[in-house]
Write a protein that binds this ligand. Structure first.
Ligand SMILES: Cc1cc2nc3c(=O)[nH]c(=O)nc-3n(C[C@H](O)[C@H](O)[C@H](O)COP(=O)(O)O)c2cc1C
Length: 307
């Protein structure tokens, strides 16, 4: 891959600004036969909880015209089984691994991190609000003081990369971003899924196994982009843009408004090679615009005339 796409967050260099989003790329190995994993600058694992979780009743995924509603419910093998299965695999892995963590209490977050510390992963993405779990860390997103306290405790327990992942389902996203920064988070990623629902008009019931699910995909991009734009102007730490990225030009929009990196989620289901395609697009775009590397385009959106 071209040197031009290198980006740095904290002291970590990524070969590409494209990351696989949590829950859409398993633990990476599942895709290793069909994707060059190093097309991604990093992958984020499926959310891990302390104990195994079976997840929500099926159907867990419903397609809508412009996106997906999922209600996975954080199905995962639990921390110990995750470590047992992936510890050796990640010792020699083609790309960097970030572990997404979903927990209900601060103590649970810290216990998970303490266990995972010895693995060869570069850091953690802290999911402070999972829409598909009853107590999916909701209180950490309702109150910026709770966010601050959680991230502060996590900061004191690890030197690895900490990314705080924000939910779009709270109106205080700027306050949460600021609290995360002040507590020592190295970066902010946003957005997680929007709450959504879908009704089967024949049965009169929900088309997903639960009443609501998390909505992702192309339809959320304009809303997510606006939230990323706002967040970039609120904090000094790097922001990672997520939401509806389906192509190289979608990724560029996020980079122009100031995201340092992007995550691709639902689009991977349609096109597992999407990181390769986005990297190619970025290389050509940078050249066409006359820059020597990707840093030349980040944050160059001509928005100041509206402010
Ligand atoms: C099937 C599925 C499972 C997901 N699981 C998680 C998860 O475990 N933890 C998390 O933080 N986000 C999870 N997400 C949210 C994605 O990481 C991402 O934030 C969201 O889908 C928006 O990006 P997209 O529009 O590119 O899909 C999941 C999304 C989908 C579609």
């Amino acid at each position: 891959m071209s040197e031009k796409l290198k980006v740095k967050i904290k002291d970590i260099e990524f070969a590409s600004p494209v990351i696989a989003a949590s829950g859409t790329f398993g633990f990476g190995v599942e895709y290793s036969d069909i994707v060059n994993l190093d097309d991604f600058g990093a992958i984020v694992t499926k959310g891990i909880s302390l104990l195994p979780r079976e997840g929500n009743p099926p159907p867990r995924i419903v397609e809508t015209p412009c996106g997906l509603i999922n209600s996975i419910g954080l199905a995962n093998p639990g921390t110990d089984a995750f470590i047992e299965t992936y510890k050796d695999i990640y010792e020699n892995f083609p790309t960097k691994v970030i572990v997404n963590i979903g927990a209900e209490t601060g103590e649970e977050f810290l216990t998970i991190i303490e266990k995972i510390e010895k693995m060869n992963v570069i850091g953690y993405e802290i999911n402070i609000s999972c829409p598909n779990v009853e107590k999916g860390g909701m209180m950490f997103s309702e109150d910026p003081n709770q966010t601050y306290s959680l991230i502060r405790h996590i900061r004191n327990s690890t030197n690895k990369l900490i990314i705080t992942k924000l939910s779009p389902n709270f109106c205080n996203i700027k306050e949460l971003a600021k609290a995360s920064e002040e507590a020592g988070s190295d970066a902010i990623s946003l957005v997680n899924t929007f709450l959504g629902m879908s009704v089967d008009i024949e049965t009169g019931d929900s088309r997903i196994g639960k009443l609501f699910g998390g909505f992702s995909g192309p339809a959320i991009k304009p809303m997510a982009l606006k939230m990323v734009y706002d967040t970039v102007r609120t904090v000094k730490i790097p922001v990672i843009g997520i939401g509806g990225i389906n192509s190289g030009s979608d990724a560029v929009e996020y980079l122009l408004v100031g995201a340092q990196m992007v995550q691709v989620g639902s689009a991977i289901f349609k096109n597992p090679q999407i990181a390769f395609d986005i990297n190619n697009f970025l290389e050509k775009y940078i050249e066409r615009k006359g820059f020597s590397n990707i840093k030349g385009i980040i944050g160059t959106f001509k928005g100041s005339r509206y402010e």
